[in-house]
Design a protein around this ligand. Structure first.
Ligand code: KG4
Ligand code: ZN
Length: 389
């Protein structure tokens, strides 16, 4: 079964053709294309919704032509049209949704509107990691530019949000810290690169980091929002907000503000020092990852999932992947830890196709019938909630 999928929720125009093997339940990407607008928005320091919409409308037709050419398929081969219906920027979403509605109408195909985060979660099931009955319960750590959540799934498309950020999303915090440090846009990869340089150049840091054990007593400033201190050698110590809050909520704006305060205390010479910038990035990434790993550990203890996945753009962060893998293999050796392939960590259309094809499998005959008229009713929704089947 083949799906044509479209994703335009933010600043990437993405189109894919994805195939479900009904026997093995495996998802194969036949063609996956993306037109990035990063360079355009970099000049503005963030995504400008109307510019994103203009670029989506310019790029979507050529991308559609290109994926069919790459896949050597024609519209007649497609069984299902899928599109991100939200959450996201409305002017951007509208272009993808309207295009998908037009294609579904024109081709007489069923249409499914997919939640962006659902797509990120189902990116984990592209390729070899096929879903099995014993995949569930599943715990998803969602870390993107707009979301930070821990979600339990007791079955396919069954979501219980255990907790979420009370302010900034983790990707947003990466981006804002990068901006304060004058690093390239988008900030996440730039901060991660600097952090890895710091870790590579600082063996003492590495040593203490690898020894850090989540059972150690909490740092004094663990639950404090706005603490930062310098150790006199140009490096800074940041808080781990809400790490001991006992719930599954997060807060990242305090770490970001702590970075700001720490920077304000530095001399111009220190601020121009590459090693200092690397050290700030290293400590920031450490602080964020410690909180994410600690909360994930707590959720695994309580919900004993068979599978843990990470979803969203920050899942491309190698340090986060390594720390989660280490914690899970040490503490929960019977739990399977999945990560999306790097190319499906960031926004893409293949993940929307993956979610749509697996969702289609779960629909009743009447719901499948109804999907042929979705083109009449589907509207983009900036605040779309996860839809439980
Ligand atoms: O999922 P995504 O592509 O878009 C949203 O749905 O928001 O996530 C984008 C976010 C951005 O904040 C970006 O800075 C962050 O993911 N990101 C990273 C890394 N790569 C992307 N954050 C930390 N480390 C990375 N390697
Ligand atoms: Zn995303």
């Amino acid at each position: 079964m083949l799906a044509l999928s479209i994703e335009t929720s933010c600043d990437d125009t993405a189109v894919a053709i994805v195939e479900l093997d009904k026997k093995t339940q495996s998802i194969r990407v036949v063609a996956n294309m993306l037109s990035s607008q990063t360079a355009l928005h970099a000049a503005w320091g963030g995504v400008v919704p109307m510019l994103a919409a203009r670029e989506h409308s310019r790029n979507i037709q050529p991308l559609l032509t290109a994926v069919f050419a790459e896949a050597t398929l024609t519209p007649g081969d497609i069984d299902l049209v899928a599109v991100t219906a939200g959450p996201g920027l409305i002017p951007a979403l509208v272009i993808g949704v309207q295009t998908a509605k037009t294609l579904a109408y024109r081709w007489h195909k069923p249409l499914l509107g997919i939640h962006h985060i659902e797509g990120h979660i189902y990116a984990n099931f592209i390729g070899e990691n096929t879903t099995q009955p014993d995949t569930f319960p599943l715990l998803a750590l969602v870390v993107s530019g707009g979301h930070t959540q821990l979600i339990v799934m007791r079955d396919h498309f069954n979501y219980e949000i255990l907790g979420e950020t009370q302010d900034d999303a983790v990707g947003e915090a990466f981006d804002k810290v990068a901006k304060m440090l004058g690093l390239a846009y988008p900030g996440g990869p730039a901060v991660a690169l600097r952090a890895s340089k710091f870790q590579a150049s600082n063996s003492n840091f590495q040593k203490s980091n690898s020894q850090s054990d989540l059972t150690l007593p909490p740092r004094q400033n663990d639950s404090v929002g706005l603490v930062s201190s310098t150790d006199g050698r140009g490096s800074i110590t940041l808080p781990r907000p809400m790490i001991n809050s006992g719930d599954y909520n997060f807060s990242f704006s305090g770490i970001k503000t702590a970075v700001l305060y720490a920077l304000q205390k530095q001399t111009a010479e220190t601020l121009a020092d590459e090693n200092f910038i690397n050290a700030v990035c290293g400590e920031f990434q450490n602080a964020v990852v410690e909180v994410l790993v600690s909360k994930t550990k707590q959720a695994i203890e309580e919900y004993t999932p068979k599978t843990v996945v990470i979803a969203g753009g920050v899942s491309a962060n190698v340090h986060l992947r390594e720390q989660l893998a280490q914690m899970i293999s040490h503490r929960f050796p019977d739990t399977t830890f999945l990560t999306p392939e790097f190319k499906y960590s960031l926004d893409n259309a293949a993940m929307i196709g993956s979610a749509a094809l697996l969702r289609w499998q779960q629909l009743s005959d009447s719901d499948k019938e109804q999907a042929f008229t979705t083109w009449q009713t589907l509207e983009p929704n900036a605040n779309l909630k996860l839809q439980i089947l």
